[in-house]
Design a protein around this ligand. Structure first.
Ligand SMILES: C[S@@+](CC[C@H](N)C(=O)[O-])C[C@H]1O[C@@H](n2cnc3c(N)ncnc32)[C@H](O)[C@@H]1O
Length: 223
């Protein structure tokens, strides 16, 4: 699980205590993912709870996600949509890994949301372009981007087209464990994250806010 930036272990435990208990399948997905060397890629439980709050707040019925891994974030959003909108809600889930998403599909099935999730295995940019070509612009309420950082700008542009007015899109890892604030870090990922934050701030198509939830979340609301 990715640790929330700047939080002591005591505060992480406190957050776990004061937040609602995780759905049992979410808890198992988190616990079992800890054995993978890539476990830090998974979002934190409080970030999952935050995303569920947003999906509920905006009445999300149709969502997309770029970056599935073992399925935690998709499961969190699908559970919130199922409870508020019923099993007719839909989540388009994009990833390139058969191996990791095979695990995700087991959790989705166990939680009874597998029928709501349309998983595509190919570079996400291709999937998003296909959905735009299929005239799905403006059809989505919510998006979550959590994959290759140098692709974020392309996902931002496609995602904005897919979102309806008032729709919300979240970008993970916007603080990049603090590296974005290190002027000496000129790596491609760090530069891409800084550039997206600056672009969203100046973009009159959205209202943008970068928050310190998890490893930093950029939230854009489409005007
Ligand atoms: C940080 S993990 C996602 C974590 C996930 N959101 C969770 O809550 O556990 C990033 C994922 O992005 C996927 N990925 C990387 N490049 C991609 C691309 N070009 N298109 C789609 N998925 C990609 C990886 O396979 C990996 O599963």
């Amino acid at each position: 699980m990715s640790s929330s930036i700047g939080l002591s272990p005591e505060l992480v435990r406190y957050l776990a205590d004061v937040n609602p208990p995780e759905h049992p399948v979410l808890a198992r997905c988190r616990a079992e993912t800890q054995s993978l060397p890539q476990a830090q890629m998974q979002i934190s439980p409080e970030q999952g709870a935050f995303m569920q709050s947003i999906a509920r707040m905006i009445g999300a019925r149709r969502a997309f996600e770029v970056g599935v891994f073992t399925g935690y974030s998709a499961l969190a959003v699908a559970l919130a949509m199922k409870e508020t909108q019923g099993p007719g809600a839909r989540l388009l889930a994009c990833d390139v890994s058969e191996e990791w998403t095979a695990k995700a599909q087991i959790y989705w099935r166990e939680a009874g949301v597998d029928g709501m999730i349309d998983l595509t295995i190919q570079p996400a940019i291709e999937t998003l372009d296909q959905r735009l070509a299929a005239r799905e612009a403006g059809a989505y309420d919510f998006g979550f981007i959590d994959a290759d950082k140098t692709g974020y700008d392309a996902y931002y542009e496609r995602g904005l087209k897919l979102l309806r007015k008032g729709g919300v899109m979240l970008f993970d890892n916007m603080l990049w464990s603090g590296r974005v604030a290190d002027p000496g870090d000129k790596s491609a990922d760090t530069v891409a994250l800084r550039a997206l934050a600056a672009k969203a701030k100046a973009d009159d198509r959205v209202h943008a806010a970068v928050t310190a939830i998890g490893d930093g979340v950029l939230m854009v609301v489409k005007r």
